[in-house]
Ligand binder design. Structure first.
Ligand code: ZN
Length: 209
């Protein structure tokens, strides 16, 4: 039942499609919509992959603005509320001599999301305009972006840890601010953007069909 693909040509050129559930190949003409092995929906490429990736990337960029200008945490100390944005939070962590945590927060909340958005946008642009680039290198870059992007969840973990550790009643408490929700949406949108991107399009862009 499984079709054997020949080396040197893409599955698209040979009319062979890969099921992303059971990882079996099948002939697109014989089985246009349903995988003959596991009966899950199947197609040669993810539908509207580039459009979905663009939409999610632009949404991530939009949420990046409130995530950085609004307070991500509120520190309640002696009945006074001290708001902290991502950046001022990093500065106060440095002031409190917690340089390692400051470094983790800086990498997880500023460097990783921005690099991920720029990296994904660069690969999507290259595919969109069919730039002649090494597809293997693009794929490695994509896999790295996808792997590194997961670490931005670390920032939310640090916030939830701070909320749990500092919650000592009215004397000293930490509350998440509006930027925490925006930041969660940035992370979610970039994860979904990477997921919507069909890596096979990288090879299609080089073949100019
Ligand atoms: Zn299948």
């Amino acid at each position: 039942m499984s079709e054997t693909a020949k080396a040197g040509k893409t599955g698209l050129q040979q009319g062979i499609q890969l099921c992303r559930v059971c990882f079996k190949n099948s002939n697109q003409k014989q089985h246009p919509d349903i995988c003959p092995n596991c009966s899950n929906p199947i197609s040669l490429r993810k539908k509207n992959s580039l459009q979905k990736t663009w939409a999610l990337l632009l949404t991530a960029v939009m949420f990046l603005i409130p995530a950085n200008i609004y307070p991500i945490t509120y520190l309640l100390k002696n009945s006074t509320l001290y708001p902290d944005t991502i950046f001022s939070g990093i500065l106060s962590l440095i002031d409190s001599d917690m340089k390692i945590i400051a470094c983790i927060v800086f990498i997880a909340s500023i460097v990783v999301p921005i690099l991920k958005i720029i990296g994904l946008a660069a690969i999507t642009i290259a595919v969109h305009f069919k730039y002649k680039l090494d597809p293997k290198k693009q794929f490695i870059a994509f896999s790295f972006i996808e792997w590194v992007g997961k670490w931005s969840v670390l920032d939310l973990f640090v916030i939830s840890l701070m909320v749990a550790v500092f919650d000592k009643g009215n004397l000293l408490s930490v509350y998440p601010g509006i930027a925490a929700s925006s930041f969660t949406l940035v992370v979610l949108c970039t994860l979904l953007a990477a997921n919507s991107f069909d890596t096979r399009l990288i090879w299609d862009a080089q073949n100019n069909e």
